[in-house]
Ligand binder design. Structure first.
Ligand code: XUL
Ligand code: CO
Length: 431
């Protein structure tokens, strides 16, 4: 045991409220036939909670953690503290990048040795903890070697390094029985078109993703491969811009039934969408997988990765998740970091506890909206005309046959209200 969280007791459901209990998140409460914990499938992100030093573009490290330092002993201490927090939170899942959990070596081989050793250490910790791996991923954006991209790099040596890294991370995810493998293309884009061959880079990215899928099947990994869209930042333009763009890309490379989406709230907003738009679209395309539940500050306009705190927004998101059938391999990952002034261990625990509570409140509202059924009934009613045999037949016809029918019927169709305000008022009853 480290003494990092020394005075903090394990959190439990305590609706009347001690400071650090859950007031809304009650893992065992059953909704729609399933425990809340199994619906929400919360995950702690290793990188923000244990590897991020608190920097911003104008200043460096603010956090002072006893495990900061590039040694194996520090990496093991970091893992010890991480699992202590997972236990305090009763967190069912966590997620990592390779670079979060192991020290970088001088060579690929040394980094790999460090990584594999830490993966075994995490495996041992998982044996005595309830916390499972929601997903693993490769950090193909932090080190300077990736500054011009990973799969889309103009230099084939970087493509090769990236492919070897993804292989190692998929092997490790498989070994730890991870539920998914994520690819986020933070540097897969460009800074200027003047030095960029869009066509070539797209082909490289497509082949890279095909190789990842082929390797998943080769090793018998049963989890889902997830792509996480983001429109820009760090690069000026990223190829995995949003769900619609990624779907077109998947179709081009024959991967639409192999790859699903990990949708992040903040990324959806950066792309000019709402979170629920991205979720609903992915669901309608059959590629919904998992979520990163972290918001941006609406004024600053960049990726601030904050813990969620807006119940109505979260409610609409879980409404879409539930309508999509809920999570299967996916879950709710807090890809969120503390504000850099939140220095203390208690801040880290409180941030997660609060986020879990906000999600629980939003989730309960979403369940209530679905069970009430008014919203869905009104949506069905809006499209009811399409249930008639004539309307269905029309879609099998052609323009000329439709035109003949219109001339014959002589009907002048009248518009109907979309009822937006009434629908919004209904939502307001639940949030
Ligand atoms: C970056 C981001 C990443 C991915 C995993 O904006 O969201 O943390 O979730 O690489
Ligand atoms: Co993310």
């Amino acid at each position: 045991m480290s003494d990092f969280f020394k005075d903090i007791k394990p959190l439990s459901y305590d609706p009347d409220g001690s400071d650090l209990g859950f007031r809304h998140y009650n893992p065992d409460e059953v909704f729609m036939g399933k425990r809340m914990e199994d619906h929400l499938r919360f995950a702690v992100a290793y990188w923000h909670s244990f590897a991020w030093p608190g920097g911003d573009p104008f200043g460096g490290q603010t956090f002072d953690r006893p495990w900061f330092g590039e040694t194996m002993d520090m990496a093991r201490l970091k893992a010890d503290v991480a699992f202590e927090m997972f236990d305090l939170l009763n967190a069912p899942f966590f997620c990592w990048h390779d670079a979060d959990i192991r020290p970088e070596g001088d060579t690929f081989a040394e980094s790999l040795r460090n990584f594999e050793e830490i993966i075994d250490y995490l495996g041992t910790k998982m044996e005595s903890s309830k916390t499972k791996l929601l997903w693993g991923t490769a950090n193909l954006f932090g080190h300077r070697r990736f500054m011009s991209g990973a799969a889309t790099n103009p230099d084939p040596e970087i493509f090769a390094w990236s492919a070897a890294t993804v292989k190692a991370c998929m092997d490790a995810t498989h070994k730890l029985d991870g539920q998914n493998y994520v690819l986020w293309g933070g540097r897969e884009g460009y800074e200027t078109l003047l030095n960029t061959d869009l066509k070539r880079e797209r082909q490289q990215a497509g082949r890279f993703l095909q190789m990842a899928v082929e390797y998943k099947h080769k090793i018998g990994f049963k989890g889902a491969i997830l792509v996480e869209p983001k429109p820009q930042e760090p690069t000026k333009h990223q190829y995995d811009f949003d769900v619609a763009t990624v779907y077109g890309f998947l179709k081009e490379f024959g991967l639409e039934s192999e790859v699903q989406m990990n949708i992040e709230q903040g990324h959806a907003i950066l792309a000019g969408h709402s979170f629920e738009h991205e979720l609903a679209l992915a669901s309608s395309l059959g590629i919904f997988g998992s979520i990163d539940m972290n918001r941006n500050d609406y004024q600053s306009g960049w990726d601030t990765d904050q813990f969620p705190n807006n119940v109505p927004e979260v409610a609409l998101a879980y409404y879409e998740v539930l309508k999509a059938g809920g999570f299967t391999t996916g879950g709710t990952n807090f890809d969120a970091k503390l504000r850099r002034q939140s220095l203390d261990p208690v801040d880290l625990v409180a941030a997660h506890a609060g986020a879990m509570d906000v999600c629980a409140r939003g989730f309960k509202a979403a369940v209530a909206m679905l069970e009430d059924g008014t919203l869905e009934a009104m949506r069905d009613e809006r499209y009811a005309g399409w249930e008639s045999p004539d309307a269905k037949a029309m879609l099998e016809g052609d323009l000329a046959s439709i035109a003949a029918q219109v001339a014959k019927d002589g009907i002048n169709p009248q518009p109907r209200s979309g009822r937006q305000e009434i629908l919004e008022n209904i939502v307001n009853r639940f949030v």
